[in-house]
Design a protein around this ligand. Structure first.
Ligand code: HEC
Length: 133
């Protein structure tokens, strides 16, 4: 390898690193949660937000932003057309086998009622709508 090649490689590495710093965006879950648009929630979604905080946020994150234990709901995977409202009931009752991500399986959520899951679903749908999903 001659000196020009090495200089070229060094330049490419330097530019890639700068681009990565510039465009990699927020890193921590908290930073991501802060970038989410929070709509004026309906009454039902407000109840859902409370139930979500108690039962889902530990993994799916504040404002549905995701954590290192579970995915964000603000993702094309979880649009109503792909994961209908029934998938929320199913997930909470039976758990979810890991298939989209590498967080591992979602265990069934103990002690959450069907009504609460419906409110949570409404809360997630309103968050999604406000953020273009
Ligand atoms: C212990 C962590 C954890 C908790 C608590 C949790 N989830 Fe999950 N959830 C996950 C993980 C991990 C996945 C992703 C599985 C995959 O597709 O790889 C997931 C996926 C989902 C999915 C997608 C299901 C599918 O069919 O792909 C829904 C819907 C969901 N969760 C709803 C909920 C709701 C509602 C709650 C609260 C009542 C909740 N989760 C609580 C970890 C969790």
């Amino acid at each position: 390898m001659n000196i020009k090649m090495i200089a070229l490689l060094a330049t490419i590495l330097g530019v890639s690193y700068a681009a990565w710093i510039l465009f990699s965006g927020p890193s921590s879950a908290e930073e991501k949660a802060n970038l989410i648009t929070i709509p004026a929630f309906s009454q039902i979604a407000q109840s859902g937000e409370i139930a979500y905080g108690e039962n889902c946020a530990a993994c799916h994150g504040i404002n549905g932003a995701g954590t290192d234990k579970g995915p964000t709901f603000l993702h094309a995977f979880y649009k109503a057309g792909h994961h209908g409202d029934g998938s929320f009931i199913n997930a909470a009752k039976n758990g979810v086998r890991a298939h989209h991500w590498r967080f591992g399986d979602m265990p069934p959520v103990e002690g959450v009622t069907d009504a609460e899951i419906r409110w949570i679903t409404k809360y997630v749908r309103e968050l999604q709508a406000a953020n273009g999903f």
